[in-house]
Each structure stands twice: as C-alpha cells, then as structure tokens.
Design a protein around this ligand. Sequence first.
Ligand code: UGA
Length: 425
Amino acid sequence: MKISIIGSGYVGLVTGACFAKLNNEVICVDIDKDKVEKINRGISPFYEKGLDVLLKDVKDRLKATTDIKNAVINSDVTFICVGTPRGLVGEADLSYIESACKDIGEALKRKDEYHLVVVKSTVPPGTTEHRIKPLLEEVSKKETYKDFGLAMNPEFLREGNAIEDFMNPDRIVIGVKDDRSKEILLELYKDFNCPKLIVSPTTAEMIKYASNAFLAIKISFINEIGNLCKALGIDVYEVAKGIGLDKRIGKHFLRAGIGFGGSCFPKDVKALINKAREHFYHPIILNAALEINEAQPYKLVDLLEKKAGNLRGKDVTVLGLAFKPNTDDVREAPSIKIVNALLNKGAKVHVYDPKAMENFKRLFGNKIDYCNSAREAVSKSKYVLIVTEWNEFKDKELYKEKYVFDGRRVDEAKELAKYYEGVCW
Ligand code: UGA
C-alpha cells in the first residue's frame, strides 16, 4: 500500500519505517525541514535502537517531505502520528491533531479516490468521532465512510524498543465504524500473527489510555510496596518476584525505583484524570498513582542527604539522564527533578548519560558539569546516584570506594561500593 505518515517523531517514524520494511511505500511528513532532510539521508533525527539501520535498509521505499497535502494525495492510507502534549490543566492538547486534520481535509477535497485516515496519536476517548470526523468533513466537504474512511489504531510502542514492539505486537487494536476501513487495516496488518481486536474508535482510544494508566499504576503500586518494604527491611525485588509469578499479576512493570517518566505515562494519566473530571468523576487510583510517582525521585536525594549531610558545596555524580535506557529522551525524566533538587541544595553536579546529554543540556545549560564517560563522572565525586539503568552502569569497577545511591536497582553496583543504598530496598 501507499502510506503517508503525518508526524515523524518516535511513533510516526518507527511506524513508517516498519511499514516500509513490510514492503509498503511510505511518505513521512514533518514540519521540521532538518528532520526531513536527515530521514531522506537514512539518518534518524533522534536515537531509537535499530532505527538508523532500518532507515538505511528501507531507503528506496521511504521518503520524507514537509508537503503534507501532496503526501496525502499520493497515498491510499494516512496515519496521524502527531504529538498530543499536555495542555494547561492536564488535558491532551489537540492543536497538532487539528492542524494535521485541516491539511488532510484540504488534500481530500482535491482527491477523487477513496482514502483512509487512521488516527494513531494518543487522543482522549471520543476525539476521533466527535472532533476529527467533523473537522475532516467540514474542510474536505466530503462524507466519512462514503468518500473516505476513518479509523483509530493506537500504538503500544515502548521507546528504545519500538521496532521490536511494532514487529511483535501483543495485540492490534482496530477502532472502526465501517467495513471498508476495517478491511484495509486488516489487509495492512495481515502478516501479524497476534489477536486483532475490532472495536469502535472510542473504545480503541480508551484501550490505549487504560493500558498506559494500568502500567503506570502497576509501577506506583510496586513503589508503594517498596517504600513500605524499605521501612520493614524487606527486599521489594524478592517480593515482586514472588507476586509476579502469579499469572494473574504478571512479572512485568514491577521494577521499583524512582518512578516513571517519559512522554507517555505522566501525560496520559493526567489526560485521563482530566477526562474523568469533565464527566464529574473523581478517579482515586489514577490520582494516587501520580502522587506516588511525584515523590519517588526525591527519595533518592533524601537517602543521599541522610548519609552525606548538608549538600552545599559537595560534589555529586548523576549516572543516567534519559527517562529510561536505550533512548535520548529526557521528557519528564526523574533526572530532572533530582538534578534540580541537588542544585537547590547547593551541590556541584556532574552528569553522564550515553545518549541524552544534548537533550539535558537544553534544560540545564551550564549549571552542571557534563562528563564524557561514566568513569570520568564518577571520578569527580565521592557520591554517585544511579538514575537510569544503562547497561554500561553495570560495570562494578565504577563504584569501587564510592558511596552509591541506586534509583534503579543495578545489582552490580552493590558489590564493590564502599557504601550502597537503594531507593526502595
Ligand atoms: C509506554 C508504554 O510502555 C507503551 O506501551 C506505550 O505505547 C507508550 O508508553 C506510549 O504511550 O507511546 P514508554 O513511555 O516508551 O512506553 O516506556 P516504558 O518502557 O513503558 O517506561 C516508562 C517509564 O516507566 C520509564 O521511566 C521506566 O523507567 C519506568 N518503569 C517501567 C519503572 O519505573 N518500572 C518498571 O517496572 C517499568
């Protein structure tokens, strides 16, 4: 099929590259000219494991452009993959979606053939049917399900693992109201051997929010149990193993530590809370998950202070800035709260991350010292905080004679550190 992808961020570009790998012809659209140019040279504009190699591999079948209308006109299916950032009161900001829809509508107006529009961006329940559909119809002067199709097809890609997640999904959710849209998507996903769930667009939107909310709650749950375990002298990782073996609970997303970050969980849980409020419902568990997560990063700084005393003038090393390993993304990363707290307390902060240094520099400028390697960063202080569990931080030698405060349970750090303490254990 000929596919256009609107928005070439983590979701859009990975989706585009994977569809191209599956022998579709793909046009990726973005407003950022530099990004477009890089993609056309087979270079990923951000770090995502395996994406550079994949882009080079599919160079003949994947092109990028800033011209959204031509991309839509010259394709059969358009995936909307633009961001839905957090708005002022926690709601999902749909301005990028609306702007994309207006351009798609203009293109549909000029196009005679049938076209399928698929919403992949994470949008609150009801958005596809009550905002996107009317907008597309108003601008295109055409009728949904007759002149063009409309579907909601959420993504479940983890950053740092996105290609693997795309190619081996647990399920594919297809939110549709008409048979033609359904058939096109089933054809597009025909090679995927996993359950395919056909639901309404609004249900598909809720499945996405409920999935992220559940995972966020699972993390906050184990962090709460972890905090309690710490007080009781119990290892929460043993507890997590013990409960995770129960198939009804499952072993994943039970790693206790400094909490979840990233562009999805914090934003999506807030957007769901906001949606609930619009309907006069007070979501107790969702609020609690965020409350626990908010406090979790500061526990690492508390542990440090307990041992080091007043931090004013003291050197502290932070290993890991990305919100998780295998990505350069620092959005809502616990590292931001931790470094801010250290600076407020007057510490001299030395940081290192294998991929996220440039993104962190944009936030902290010259307020902190950026080191070229973990070894260099560690050499500058007696106190080391582990904030992201990158593989290279598993090198035990790094921690020899150091006071280590571990926010992510890097077991290897325990063995050689002079003094070791973890957040929840
Ligand atoms: C998340 C979901 O996992 C994806 O399924 C979803 O598609 C994506 O959001 C999205 O909505 O686009 P992502 O944010 O990339 O993916 O990363 P995760 O691997 O889910 O990790 C999120 C955060 O939770 C990280 O900060 C991680 O360190 C933390 N985490 C994860 C824990 O603290 N403990 C765990 O056991 C697992």
